[in-house]
Design a protein around this ligand. Structure first.
Ligand code: NAP
Length: 488
């Protein structure tokens, strides 16, 4: 196959969520092209396009959960609701001239490295693409996970996942069952309880919950941020450091302060829930930070509404009319909402990538996922991941991680403009980095905190989160150390 040179891209970005859009903006600013972004959904926004459940919002403050190089002065609330974040991403893409570069409804199926030509041959459901480099902005949280409960197909009513909300179903006056008590559940439950006749929440593990203190941002502050960019930047810095210290407050490893953070969360629970039995059911039996620490002011009050029941008995099966628990209790339901999270490992395992010498990514990761700085993998030249393995966060804004990674990838892409055909991480540099991660993980809160979460893979290793502060990651990854790479 010989394509005209004009059809060979300099960079193909996969995914038009926060990561992909950030990468595309910075590539354009750096004059890197031709460039294309493919996106499987029918709109841009990634997570914020998919997750439209009632109450969807971000639990990181808006002024921090946004791109530093695409600021927005007039965020409506401390914690922006999903429609506002989605609108922000759309406006940002438009303002930066990205829309003509984005091909919606185009699914990345896989890619094969062509050593002779120094190119990736990409397969999509809309045909092949040739590109010198690929940047994956696919993230890990987009394949809904459904629980393996017997009888799931037997249910006669409507059933859907929080990340694939069926807006055609009116929940007013319905008997609704929600399975799961993670970050999505605690946002959706208060909204559903307002309209449902009866809401039954099926909890397997209670989360640690801190106060949220959400509020509308006063008009005066918005005007100030508009007038004085420095004031907005200071607010962002304040929020960054407020979250950054959480890395040392037990959010990454058990510290002297973990007990104090737990006491604060227990006080939040005690203040909100007076019933002793309910409080006991809502008290976690593992260390704070082991699972994502949640923030909410309306979740606990909602659980005390007369139309809400918290069921802590395990689910035995799903029937035509509802759910039966292990103790034999039956719950008749009209609708089941799965707030059961995402299949992270499957997302990465489904990447059909064939690198140098026919090496498949699934082979390279047969003992678990891992990438140098969470970005590059030996054997896969000119392939870069944003929010890849071990670059998620529990304590601060992932947008900060994305920006660090985008800079690293830009450094690498620049080397391809100066006569190099390929840039590939050296296996020894990758091994050194992964050793560092493993040794830091050994006493991390996720390993030692007495719980199981989606952060851990089947063998119990945390291959999803960065085990340190954002500043530590910045020092480690912001500039690509070219001695760790092989250029050719
Ligand atoms: P999640 O944290 O993985 O929670 C899934 C919930 O489903 C857990 O409570 C889990 O219980 C429960 N579950 C799974 N299988 C079950 C079964 N067979 N029976 C009973 N319960 C079952 O998923 P998520 O709430 O969608 O959040 C995923 C991630 O998305 C978060 O960690 C966060 O990174 C991101 N997120 C962020 C925001 C935000 O505001 N920034 C909002 C939503 C989501 P166990 O705990 O016992 O496993």
């Amino acid at each position: 196959m010989t394509e005209p040179a004009s059809e060979i891209l300099a960079v193909l970005i996969v995914g038009a969520g926060f990561s992909g859009l950030a990468m595309a903006i910075r590539c354009r600013q750096a004059g890197i092209g031709p460039l294309q972004v493919i996106e499987k959904a029918d709109g841009i926004g990634g997570t914020w396009h998919d997750n439209t459940y009632p109450g969807a919002a971000c639990d990181i403050p808006s002024h921090l959960y946004s791109l530093s190089f695409a600021p927005k002065a007039d965020w409506s609330r401390m914690y922006a609701p999903q429609p506002e974040i989605l609108a922000y991403l759309r406006e940002t893409a438009e303002r930066n001239g990205l829309m003509p570069l984005i091909r919606l409804g185009t699914t990345f199926r896989g890619a094969t490295w062509d050593e002779t030509r120094g190119l990736w041959q990409v397969e999509t459901d809309r045909g092949p693409i040739l590109t010198r480099a690929i940047v994956s902005g696919m993230g890990g949280l987009h394949h809904p996970a459904y629980p393996d409960i017997p009888g799931r197909d037997a249910f006669a009513g409507a059933a859907f996942h929080t990340a694939a909300w069926d807006h055609s179903v009116d929940l007013t006056g319905k008997r609704v069952g929600v399975i799961g008590t993670g970050a999505s559940a605690i946002q959706v439950v208060p909204e559903l309880a307002k309209v449902a006749a009866q809401l039954t929440l099926f909890q397997r593990t209670p989360p640690w919950i801190m106060p949220k203190h959400d509020h509308a941002i006063p008009e005066g502050a918005k005007a100030r941020y508009r007038r004085l960019p420095l004031a907005r930047r200071l607010e962002r810095a304040r929020l960054f450091w407020l979250h950054e210290v959480r890395a040392f407050l037990g959010f990454t490893k058990v510290s002297k302060l973990t007990g104090q953070a737990e006491a604060l969360a227990r006080r939040h629970l005690a203040k909100a829930v007076t019933d002793k039995d309910l409080r006991a059911k809502l008290t976690p039996d593992y260390r704070l930070g082991c699972k994502r620490v949640l923030i909410s002011d309306d979740y606990y009050p909602t659980l005390q509404r007369p139309n809400v029941t918290l069921e802590t008995d395990g689910i035995a099966r799903i029937t035509e009319t509802g759910l039966t628990t292990e103790a034999g209790r039956s719950h008749d339901l009209d609708v089941i909402v799965y707030a059961t999270g995402f299949d992270v490992t499957a997302t990465f395992a489904r990447m059909h990538l064939v690198g140098r010498d026919g090496l498949r990514l699934t082979q390279a990761w047969s003992n678990g996922m891992g990438a140098y700085q969470g970005i590059t993998v030996a054997g896969f030249p000119n392939y870069f991941m944003l929010l890849g393995p071990n670059s998620g966060l529990g304590h601060n804004s992932v947008v900060s991680m994305i920006e660090i990674q985008v800079q690293h990838v830009l450094d690498c892409l620049q080397t391809l403009r100066t006569g190099n055909r390929a840039i590939e991480v050296r296996p020894e540099a990758q091994a050194r980095f992964l050793d560092r991660i493993r040794s830091r993980m050994a006493d991390s809160i996720w390993q030692a905190g007495g719980c199981r979460s989606w952060y851990l893979d089947a063998s119990g290793r945390n291959t999803t989160l960065w085990p340190d502060s954002v500043m530590a990651y910045r020092r480690s990854a912001r500039r690509a150390r070219l001695s760790d790479y092989r250029l050719g």
